[in-house]
Design a protein. Structure first.
Length: 173
């Protein structure tokens, strides 16, 4: 169990570093469309197909845009959905460098991230941790993609990762 926790902690640290501070930022332009951007991370995933969906409370998805991630895993969408809408970013395909072996490997399973659209520029990075939050939403007894459910799933996963990092920091070397 300890190697799995250590691996998850390392993945979380990488995900946080790749987010560039995370959260949402205003683009200051006041344009009708704002930007959703981020980095596909399991190591930066180059050439992934990245899709942006609006998600209804029952989990029904509507494709809004699609793009490819760059060599460093970054992507961007110019979007204008309604503020407060639940959005899902899905990344599939592409390749990343496996850190233990140093070899380029294909992204075998999609990485997803669910967020509540703030209406301004927002960073959303699909990572193994954001994927865990999406799976929690999907495995509920009844599909619930409401704003509170999405926020709660993201908070639980972030809290688990944060408490694990805090425990490791306290452990003697």
């Amino acid at each position: 169990m300890r190697p799995l926790r250590l691996s998850l902690s390392l993945l979380f640290a990488l995900a946080i570093a790749a987010c560039g501070g995370g959260g949402s930022d205003s683009d200051g332009a006041g344009a009708a469309a704002a930007t959703i951007s981020g980095t596909v991370v399991k190591g930066p995933v180059a050439g992934a197909t990245v899709q942006l969906h609006a998600v209804a409370v029952d989990g029904t998805r509507t494709l809004l845009e699609q793009t490819q991630s760059a060599g460093d895993g970054r992507y961007a969408f110019a979007v204008a959905p309604v503020a407060g809408a639940v959005l899902l970013v899905t990344a599939s395909g592409g390749r990343y460098v496996d850190e233990p072996s140093g070899t380029s490997v294909p992204l075998a399973l999609p990485l997803r991230a669910a967020v509540v659209w703030a209406g301004t520029a927002q960073r959303v990075s699909p990572t193994p941790f954001s994927e865990a939050a999406v799976r929690a939403l999907e495995q509920a007894a009844a599909p619930d993609w409401s704003v509170p459910a999405v926020r709660a799933a993201n908070t639980v996963v972030a809290g688990l990762a944060s408490s694990r990092r805090a425990n490791e920091a306290k452990a003697p070397a």
